[in-house]
Design a protein around this ligand. Structure first.
Ligand SMILES: N[C@@H](CCC(=O)N[C@@H](CS)C(=O)NCC(=O)O)C(=O)O
Length: 228
């Protein structure tokens, strides 16, 4: 199995966390920055990362890759003393509810990545489009707070779900990027507790969040970006 990703990609980080939960070894085609379209197109016509190759199978889009991993590789490693990772992406009889949560989490990811890209592409955040995306994120988080079971459990009883991983990973991205965004953890106790629980989970610490912006050409061992 081989995964193409950029070091800083938050979409790829979610996939890498799922691979860690499943203890799947994979070859890394790791890039610091976006490579030329012709190179990217060898793995995905979207020219985006993450992209996965597994034998004859080539896949792109983080959620499709995760669905593949959850169905083809059902085994998970059991982290000592903490909640097990979910054994399925969609629960029998609750497929539509689970899909709605996952699709809405993808919208959180797209809105957050859009804000990040507006910033680093030089367009900036002082415009209606950036403001609309920030406003959307507020509404999304209010809805996610209603979807979490309690301050001890996430979206699905008794397990760490893919939804939990997506929500926590995107909020960690917001916290670790100079995007000028505050997701108001105090108003959202269930989400705050989820992010706190997962930030110490081995699959998260094994795949730290590394900052990329134009000019970054590498990282020191602790993840500090190095500039050209
Ligand atoms: N819907 C895609 C989005 C992936 C995405 O936006 N990846 C970014 C990196 S975080 C990318 O490859 N950007 C380069 C580009 O769009 O050309 C997914 O879930 O995988």
């Amino acid at each position: 199995m081989r995964l193409r990703f950029t070091t800083g990609s938050p979409f790829a980080r979610v996939v890498r966390i799922v691979l860690s939960e499943k203890d799947i070894a994979y070859e890394k085609t790791e890039e610091i920055t976006t490579t030329a379209a012709a190179e990217r197109s060898r793995d995905a016509p979207t020219l985006q990362v993450p992209a996965l190759s597994d034998g004859e199978t080539s896949l792109w889009d983080s959620l499709v890759i995760i669905e593949y991993l959850m169905t083809r590789y059902p085994d998970n490693k059991a982290p000592a003393g903490s909640m097990p990772f979910a054994s399925e992406l969609l629960r029998g009889g609750r497929e539509i509810e689970d899909r709605l949560q996952l699709a809405t989490l993808q919208t959180l990811g797209t809105s957050t990545a859009t804000i990040s890209q507006l910033k680093w592409s030089g367009v900036g955040l002082d415009n209606d489009f950036a403001a609309k995306n920030k406003e959307r994120i507020g509404y999304l988080l209010d809805w996610f707070e209603t979807q979490l079971i309690s301050t001890e459990e996430g979206f699905v009883p008794g397990v760490v779900s893919v939804q939990d991983i997506c929500l926590a990973a995107w909020l960690m991205f917001i916290d670790n990027r100079p995007l000028g965004m505050d997701w108001q953890a105090d108003r959202r106790p269930k989400i705050r507790s989820l992010v706190g629980r997962l930030s110490n989970r081995p699959s998260f610490t094994e795949n730290p969040i590394w900052w990329w912006e134009p000019g970054v050409i590498g990282y020191s061992e602790d993840g500090t970006p190095q500039y050209a």
